[in-house]
Design a protein around this ligand. Structure first.
Ligand SMILES: N=c1c2ncn([C@@H]3O[C@H](COP(=O)(O)OP(=O)(O)OP(=O)(O)O)[C@@H](O)[C@H]3O)c2ncn1[C@@H]1O[C@H](COP(=O)(O)O)[C@@H](O)[C@H]1O
Length: 111
């Protein structure tokens, strides 16, 4: 099992985002801005969904890796850290998913 963490990838993304290396995809994507990065995130999400509906586990693994990477690029561009997200997830462990859903209030569309 790999010891590599999302936190380590977040650090790589942060360092590469401001790099002037012309070979850096992260730098190019970050320079292009949030609209393009968010669009790429959406594409990767859709590709992950398609892989999830298929039988190829390696395809799902690859698409999920693309999704995590693009999510970290978007979070960095918006100033949201992985630690912010983990804190939110940790807070949610105090209750079940359905309790958390009910606590969101009636302003959201019921489903
Ligand atoms: N994990 C990733 C990673 N996952 C996916 N990608 C890139 O995300 C892109 C996926 O987009 P597509 O499949 O749509 O391919 P594409 O058509 O080439 O993309 P676009 O031209 O539309 O942007 C590909 O170019 C992938 O190489 C990644 N690029 C970088 N990383 C990590 O970020 C580090 C720094 O990367 P650089 O900034 O490129 O040095 C790397 O060492 C990796 O650890």
């Amino acid at each position: 099992m790999s010891e590599f963490t999302l936190s380590q990838l977040e650090s790589i993304v942060a360092a590469r985002a401001t790099s002037d290396d012309p070979k850096s995809y992260t730098a190019r994507l970050s320079r292009d801005g949030i609209e393009r990065a968010a669009k790429k995130l959406g594409e990767e999400a859709v590709e992950t969904v398609i892989a999830a509906l298929g039988e190829d586990r390696r395809a799902l693994t690859g698409e999920t890796a693309d999704l995590f990477y693009h999510l970290l690029v978007v979070l960095r561009l918006k100033g949201v850290s992985l630690s912010d997200v983990m804190e939110e997830l940790e807070r949610r462990t105090a209750q079940t998913g359905l309790e958390e859903k009910a606590s969101r209030g009636s302003s959201e569309r019921p489903s």
